[in-house]
Write a protein that binds this ligand. Structure first.
Ligand SMILES: *Cc1c(COP(=O)(O)O)cnc(C)c1O
Length: 349
């Protein structure tokens, strides 16, 4: 039986009946020929929201990021700076080395990159043929649910461009960073290109967007076809994206408030947070857990239809909320935690 509430990731959403209805009734055409009206509508809508010229509907955020990197970096030897914990560095199957023949330079920094990190690691020239000069900086926002400050993005952008390089933002969860405030454009216009995921908190079954200048997107479209990502009547999928922007994106502030309530309840029972809760993720520091471990908690919740993820890198438990997690689920988790802690603190007879 599938769990009622899956908190392993915001990819765990399933399309709602209203989203499915929007998909079924979408007008479609051949997108490889540029003739799918629903795909075109989604691409225009997202480009406008971001204040950029153009957008490209892609299969996944991984594809959108890899297309961006391949489109920006086309002349080896080149290097790209990114965060050590970034999706682009750790979780895209080494795609940058494979597709773009570029050197990734990962930077350890907490919680996200600063302009000083970029200055410290920037490779200016090829130093008599020894080095791969930095031509791209990849940022991630949100990262582990934490919002990157606009001032940091602005500073990094100014420095990077002054060095003749470009900035790409993996904004898979930028929807969350801009939730309720509609400041997507404020973030997006600070970078040269960005990706946005539709199959995370936006609740779509498939899809992501790559955003940038018309010239950049035209070239990325060529690479998307070469990657095998040209699709035909993709409007049924784009319709889910349009539905999500209009109906699911506005619910994100409520999801974030629920995440805060869960985090506060867990803290009251003695758990420590590894990171502040800015959006939809609660990161529990498992090393500083109280008498009831997160493993015991996960086991106690499973029969109640609540599924928590595995402990990440031996140090933290990531709990991810999305629009299909409700108050009832959070109440259930907190009641279970309280009961376990009472039992654990009872003196042995
Ligand atoms: C999930 C994720 C991706 C990849 O998204 P897919 O659509 O699953 O390929 C990229 N970047 C970040 C930050 C993500 O969280």
């Amino acid at each position: 039986m599938s769990p009622t509430w899956d908190l392993r990731s915001d990819t765990a959403t399933t399309p709602s009946p209203a989203m499915l209805a929007a998909m079924v009734s979408a007008p479609v055409g051949d997108d490889v020929l540029g003739e799918d009206p629903t795909v075109n509508e989604l691409e225009h809508m997202v480009a406008n929201l971001c204040g950029h010229e153009s957008a490209l509907f892609c299969v996944s955020s991984t594809m959108a990021n890899q297309l961006a990197i391949r489109t920006h970096l086309c002349n080896p030897p080149e290097s790209m700076l990114c965060h050590w914990d970034s999706h682009i560095f750790k979780y895209e199957s080494g795609g940058t080395s494979l597709h773009s023949q570029a050197q990734m330079i990962p930077i350890k920094s907490s919680p996200n990159l600063s302009v000083q990190d970029i200055k410290d690691h920037f490779i200016m020239g090829n130093f008599l043929g020894h080095c791969a000069p930095t031509h791209l900086v990849a940022l991630e926002n949100t990262m582990s649910g934490v919002v990157m400050p606009i001032a940091d993005i602005r500073d990094i952008g100014q420095f990077t461009r002054s060095m003749g390089a470009l900035v790409h933002m993996d904004g898979s969860r930028l929807w969350n960073a801009a939730a309720g405030k509609k400041e997507l454009r404020e973030y997006a216009t600070l970078v040269d290109s960005l990706s946005l995921c539709l199959s995370k908190g936006m609740g779509c079954p498939v899809g992501a967007l790559l955003v940038g200048t018309r010239q950049f997107i035209d070239k990325a479209r060529h690479f998307r076809k070469a990657f095998g990502g040209g699709w035909r009547q993709a409007g049924i999928l784009a319709a889910a994206g349009i539905y999500a922007i209009n109906h699911i994106w506005p619910t994100m502030p409520a999801t974030h408030a629920l995440a805060k309530r869960l985090a506060q309840g867990l803290e009251q029972c003695g758990y420590s947070l590894a990171l502040p809760v800015h959006t939809n993720m609660v990161m529990i520091d498992t090393a500083k857990s109280p008498s009831v471990s997160t493993t015991e908690l996960s086991q106690a919740l499973k029969p109640k239809g609540v599924i928590l993820g595995a402990v990440y890198e031996g140090s933290h438990l990531r709990i991810v909320l999305h629009h299909q997690i409700d108050d009832e689920c959070v109440d259930m988790i907190l009641a279970t935690v309280n009961k376990l802690h009472l039992a654990a603190s009872e003196p042995a007879k």
